[in-house]
Design a protein around this ligand. Structure first.
Ligand code: ADP
Ligand code: MG
Length: 328
């Protein structure tokens, strides 16, 4: 008995020595981290070959979101977005190449969508506070609406931005989250990760598959808090949903929500949600907002012209509509 005890003690010493020599046991597994960022819930899940790499990459993803938030948040006074909104109507503002390129991408989609996607929606958008049920007065709306016009944003050489009219404001809420999701997946791919999911709010990007089977991404039910309307098997692609149910209030039977039609400065009705599938989250994010503004008929015609993208519309009558690539 005593002998056995001594042997066990030795075994314990040998084991603890090996733990000291090899502190992070190398084994492949899934690593997961939910976190809050950009005013929303985010989540990353990745397959890594060893624990220290897996854990480091989880926090790298979180830091990448925070880095982009510091550049693009309208709530952070030192963000590049806030600087542009403060000064670009007075003099050209120099921004970083990354911010400038996202403005270029937004401008391109504004042109392509005939102004349905327009980051200067914020010229009116800043007068809404959905939490406090505040909306612009009729007088404010009619004076601010003409300031929604992407042509009033001039992208000059050397990463300079200029507004050609006082009162213009921009916001990247329709594209920045998807961009951050895409950047996060980019850094994981660069680190050699082959299977990952990154999601924030309604924007999701998948890297590879879920090791032999597709990822399953749910489309939220637009009216039932935890309900879903469909689950899509996906890999190596992006999916974004825009809805009228994330930030809104209802007054006199009218639903005031966070997507604005640039032509009116008011929330479009007719749809409850639009989901867009495509190759990258930056574009699916911006595209879902765009289609929401366009509505079913125009939105469907538009997406059918974009061979890389598919869409699922849910009308206010709870009817589902699929673009032709999904219709089977
Ligand atoms: P979420 O922010 O819930 O993911 P969306 O991707 O649909 O939803 O983006 C909605 C956001 O897009 C709004 O909160 C606002 O910041 C911005 N936005 C609203 N209307 C427009 C528009 N017409 N063009 C571009 N961006 C818009
Ligand atoms: Mg969007």
């Amino acid at each position: 008995m005593r002998l056995l005890f001594i042997r066990l003690q030795w075994l314990f010493y040998v084991l603890s020595a090996s733990v000291l020599l090899f502190p992070a046991p190398a084994y492949a597994q899934w690593y997961r981290l939910p976190f809050q960022t950009m005013g929303t819930q985010a989540y990353v899940e990745l397959w890594a070959e060893d624990a220290s790499q897996g854990k480091t990459l989880l926090t790298d993803v979180q830091s990448e979101f925070e880095r982009i938030n510091q550049l693009m948040s309208p709530y952070i006074a030192s963000s590049e977005l806030s600087q542009v909104n403060r000064d670009a109507a007075t003099n050209p503002v120099t921004v970083g190449a990354e911010f400038y390129q996202l403005l270029q991408q937004a401008e391109q989609l504004a042109g392509l969508s005939d102004g349905a996607f327009d980051i200067s929606f914020a010229s009116v958008g800043f007068s809404y506070d959905y939490r406090q049920h505040i909306k612009p007065s009729a007088a404010e709306l009619s004076s601010q609406q003409p300031l929604i016009n992407y042509r009033l944003i001039t992208l000059l050489a050397n990463n300079q931005v200029r507004f050609t009219q006082q009162g213009v404001k921009i916001d990247l809420g329709g594209i920045a989250k998807g961009y951050a999701v895409e950047q996060a997946i980019g850094l994981l791919a660069k680190a050699g990760i082959k299977h990952a999911l990154v999601t924030a709010g309604g924007d999701t990007r998948l890297l590879g598959d879920k090791r032999g089977r597709p990822w399953l991404v749910a489309i939220k039910h637009p009216r039932k808090a935890d309900g879903i309307v469909a689950q899509l098997p996906l890999s190596d692609s992006a999916i974004s949903t825009s809805g009228d149910y994330e930030r809104f209030f209802i007054e006199d039977g009218v639903r005031y929500h966070h997507i604005l039609d640039p032509k009116s400065g008011q929330s479009p009705s007719g749809l409850m949600s639009v989901t867009v599938l495509g190759p990258d989250a930056t574009r699916t994010d911006a595209m879902s907002t765009t289609l929401f503004v366009m509505g079913l008929a125009r939105g469907m015609a538009f997406i059918e012209q974009q061979p890389e993208f598919e869409a699922i519309f849910i009308s206010s009558e709870h009817q589902l509509y699929f673009s032709s690539g999904l219709a089977q």
